[in-house]
Design a protein around this ligand. Structure first.
Ligand SMILES: Nc1ncnc2c1ncn2[C@@H]1O[C@H](COP(=O)(O)OP(=O)(O)OP(=O)(O)O)[C@@H](O)[C@H]1O
Length: 275
């Protein structure tokens, strides 16, 4: 069976919609019949909370436990630590223990490849794995980039966040050169787009000028809407909360673009292998 495509949803800037995108893209893919695992790679555990597990401290097993097992070369049981959400996605949750884990990694061998090794068996059970990264470019995020096939970068539709991407693009470049030469930047997703202003157009212009020749900018844009903010407390996706909202439509479109994008990449790979 084919292994999962692993997408790291990453931006070191906080509050740009990484978690919201992970939830709604993940559940969007599951609604399209895909087998999906979402991984909370943030010790704040926002993804875990957003999917309804509100008491992070009470979790029996988290991502940190599985990474610790990998570090100490202990086996991970099939399905160990994985939670099942009623809308069809699986979740590998996190809580503050992931911060301690990040400290443990500092002196470990193959420290940047711990998550990649941890997912070696797990990824056989899924078609897509989405990793919700924390707002920093520390060791856990580098682990996510080293494990991923591609990166999706949510960018808030404003001038400064778009400018702040330089450091992220440099880090991705370093990971490509040293740890994961196959890592692709699948694209930028504009989030928190306020249709009443010109900011989205201006931001798009900046992003196209700076990065347009190096990476895709998804045509689906995520509008800013109170409904999206409200879902964070509900433990469900925007589709279950308000399926007719503009945000639900936008995430549905993004999901379709991601699937199409994956198919195009596969076709390109097949063609180049056949040559
Ligand atoms: N489209 C949207 N419209 C309105 N509010 C949104 C939208 N998307 C996300 N939000 C809200 O903005 C806040 C930040 O979103 P989110 O947690 O997804 O960002 P993040 O990049 O994961 O943040 P962090 O870096 O802190 O992990 C949350 O309160 C969320 O509910």
């Amino acid at each position: 069976m084919k292994e999962a495509k692993i997408i790291a949803i990453c931006n070191q800037k906080g509050g740009v919609g990484k978690t919201t995108t992970t939830v709604n893209l993940g559940i969007g893919l599951a609604k399209e019949g895909k087998r999906v695992l979402v991984i909370d790679a943030d010790p704040q555990g926002d993804l875990t909370t957003c999917l309804g597990w509100k008491n992070g401290d009470e979790l029996q097993t988290t991502l940190a436990d599985l990474m610790n097992k990998t570090l100490t070369e202990r086996p991970i049981g099939k399905g160990e630590g994985i939670l099942h959400h009623e809308e069809g996605v699986d979740l590998l949750p996190s809580n503050l223990e992931l911060s301690a884990m990040e400290m443990n990694l500092v002196n470990a061998m193959s420290r940047e490849l711990t998550l990649k090794n941890c997912l070696k068996e797990i990824k056989k059970d899924y078609e897509y794995i989405l990793i919700d990264c924390m707002p920093s470019l520390g060791m856990i995020t580098v682990n996510a980039l080293a494990a991923a096939d591609s990166v999706m970068i949510p960018v808030q539709a404003q001038y400064l966040p778009a400018k702040g991407m330089t450091q992220l693009v440099q880090t991705i470049g370093k990971v490509q050169r040293t740890l994961n030469p196959d890592l692709r930047i699948d694209g930028i997703v504009l989030t928190l787009v306020d249709g009443r202003t010109n900011l989205a157009k201006q931001t798009l212009h900046i992003l196209r000028n700076q990065y347009g020749n190096r990476m895709k900018i998804y045509s689906s844009q995520i509008p800013v809407a109170v409904k999206a903010a409200e879902t964070s407390f509900q433990g469900k996706s925007i589709y279950a909360y308000d399926k007719n909202s503009s945000v639900a439509k936008a995430y549905e479109n993004l999901t379709k673009e991601v699937i199409r994008n994956g198919e195009k990449t596969r076709d390109r790979l097949r063609t180049s292998e056949a040559r």
